[in-house]
Design a protein around this ligand. Structure first.
Ligand SMILES: [Zn+2]
Ligand SMILES: [Zn+2]
Ligand SMILES: [Zn+2]
Length: 257
């Protein structure tokens, strides 16, 4: 399983418009963060997790040309705003583009992008969604995906556990707390990618101490923090992390053997 970080920033991206703080003006490319999303490839199966408002730029940067499915964690705009850029991927395939989301998230997608979902309005050239309301494990090619509900203190949200070749990846970019049933399923994952917004407490996201506590509870082989704000300087943050935890950055590639 190969994992590529398309974006690792919080909803504003980093730099933030109009901000002149040390991180926003930093020359370190690892402090430049597009909105959070990852691309996973496993034995020829290509999965996008969330379509960020920066999707076009991310796909061009990484030469991503084809997708087998899009998995949505929740319907905040920093995770769905690139929906219309999925058109290009639809043009390169026959049939619709499979999209998986919780019933609540799918309802929001249908409301926001009704022109693509309503057969009477859809036109050639539009995004062609093949919607799946996912509450149970499902298969996309060689990957078994399990949606795991988490508490983001805002909208209905899930993490995804992806399994392939005996390896388990958990992607959880937006989370405030993890219900016990979901936590049990995540335990011992080979790779955990988790919300690490900032140092101070936040009402809808984990702060660093909460993320590290969740990592200790899940005991993954390796963990990476994502959805980072402009409070997080890559070098300073990296220096404060335990040995099996890293700070993700845009363009970072990981692979699980
Ligand atoms: Zn977000
Ligand atoms: Zn800033
Ligand atoms: Zn969110």
């Amino acid at each position: 399983m190969n994992i590529l970080f398309l974006g690792t920033g919080t909803s504003t991206g980093v730099p933030q418009i109009g901000c002149s703080c040390a991180v926003c003006t930093s020359p370190d490319p690892r402090n430049k963060r597009l909105r959070s999303s990852i691309y996973v490839e496993a034995s020829g199966t290509r999965i996008l997790l969330d379509s960020s408002p920066d999707l076009r730029q991310q796909a061009l940067r990484e030469n991503i040309t084809d997708l087998d499915a899009v998995l949505y964690t929740h319907a905040h705009v920093d995770h769905i705003g690139g929906f219309d850029d999925l058109r290009a991927f639809c043009w390169r395939r026959t049939g619709g583009l499979p999209m998986y989301a919780s019933p609540e998230t799918m309802k929001t997608l249908r409301t926001m992008y009704g022109w693509a979902f309503e057969s009477g309005k859809a036109r050639t050239g539009y995004v062609r969604p093949e919607p799946h309301e996912a509450t149970e494990p499902f298969r996309v090619g060689s990957v078994l995906a399990t949606p795991l509900p988490v508490d983001h203190a805002a909208v209905d949200t899930c993490a995804y556990m992806l399994e392939s070749g005996g390896m388990r990846l958990v992607y959880m970019p937006d989370v405030k707390s993890i219900p016990e049933a979901s936590l049990e399923r995540m335990k011992g994952a080979d790779l955990l990618i988790i919300d690490g917004l900032r140092y101070d407490l936040h009402p809808t996201h984990m702060c660093l101490d909460e993320s590290l506590a969740a990592i200790r509870a899940i005991e993954p082989g390796q963990a990476f923090l994502t959805h980072l704000s402009h409070n997080m300087d890559y070098r300073i943050l990296s220096g404060r992390l335990p040995e099996n935890v890293g700070a993700a950055y845009d363009g970072l590639r990981l692979s699980l053997p």
